[in-house]
Structures are given as structure tokens and as C-alpha cells.
Design a protein. Structure first.
Length: 148
């Protein structure tokens, strides 16, 4: 009798229908900006408030993506196609970068960059890195915070 009761308890398991998964179609579009060649007339077309000056800090960087500016004035730039992060400094304070230094390389799809609590954070499509900021634009060894 116990065997019959056990079989009755198992039978609902075999009568359940398999779960059917529904596949959705997702369609997306990608807008790719077209690069413009630099010329001075572009700078002259910019509108700025009275009392402000504008000039070209640097050019010929390849394909810069994003920037972050440290309290000491160092400008950190991610370059996606070059797969690196560079630091730009204006040592003689004439408003133009006169020093360029690569601070991180071999970073496929490097993109976003920011500074928070004296650390430089930059991200690729699969990883988040952080480096301590030192004096005069120096950067410590990159630490991987997240890797997918």
C-alpha cells in the first residue's frame, strides 16, 4: 500500500508541461559621429561669455574619447582606438599642453574616465581600473576593481 501512495505522489511531476521560452527580437541603431579635421575657423565660431578666453590646449592626439582634469591641472585623456590613457600638462602655464605622457596602455575599448578622492578611475568595455594620483600628474600602478 505504501508503494501505491508513493507512485500517486510522483505522477504530477510527469504530467507538467515543459517551460517554453519566448525569444524576443531586439533591434538597435548605432549613430557613428563623423570626425572633423581641425582648423582655426572652428575655434573662432565658438561663442563664449564676456571676459572668457578660449584657445587650443592641444591637438593631434589621434582619437581622444573622454577627459578628466585633476586639481593640479593635469588633463587625463582616454583614447579608445589607441587603447591608452595619456596625461597632458602645461608646465610653462601658457595655456597649451607642453608635456604628454602615456600612463596606461593595452586597454581595448577604454572609454570613461573620472577623478574621485585623489584617484583616477577609467573603464574599458570589460574592466574598471583605479590608480592613485601623485604630484605633477604622476599616476600609481593601475588596480583592477572589476573585470567581467
Amino acid at each position: 500500500m505504501f508503494g501505491c501512495i508513493a507512485l500517486l505522489n510522483i505522477s504530477p511531476i510527469y504530467s507538467q508541461q515543459p517551460v517554453q521560452r519566448r525569444i524576443e527580437r531586439v533591434e538597435g541603431y548605432l549613430a557613428t559621429p563623423e570626425p572633423l579635421e581641425f582648423n582655426k575657423s572652428l575655434v573662432q565660431q565658438l561663442r563664449i561669455p564676456a571676459g572668457f578666453l578660449i584657445n587650443v590646449f592641444t591637438k593631434d592626439l589621434g582619437n581622444p574619447r573622454n577627459i578628466a582634469i585633476a586639481p593640479d591641472g593635469t588633463v587625463y585623456v582616454t583614447r579608445r582606438e589607441e587603447q591608452d590613457v595619456i596625461a597632458l600638462r602645461d608646465r610653462n602655464r601658457d595655456g597649451r599642453a607642453d608635456e604628454m605622457r602615456m600612463i596606461a596602455s593595452n586597454l581595448p575599448f577604454v572609454n570613461g574616465i573620472t577623478i574621485y578622492q585623489n584617484r583616477l578611475y577609467y573603464v574599458t568595455d570589460t574592466s574598471l581600473y583605479a590608480s592613485d594620483l601623485g604630484r605633477n600628474g604622476a599616476v600609481g600602478k593601475p588596480q583592477v576593481l572589476i573585470m567581467v
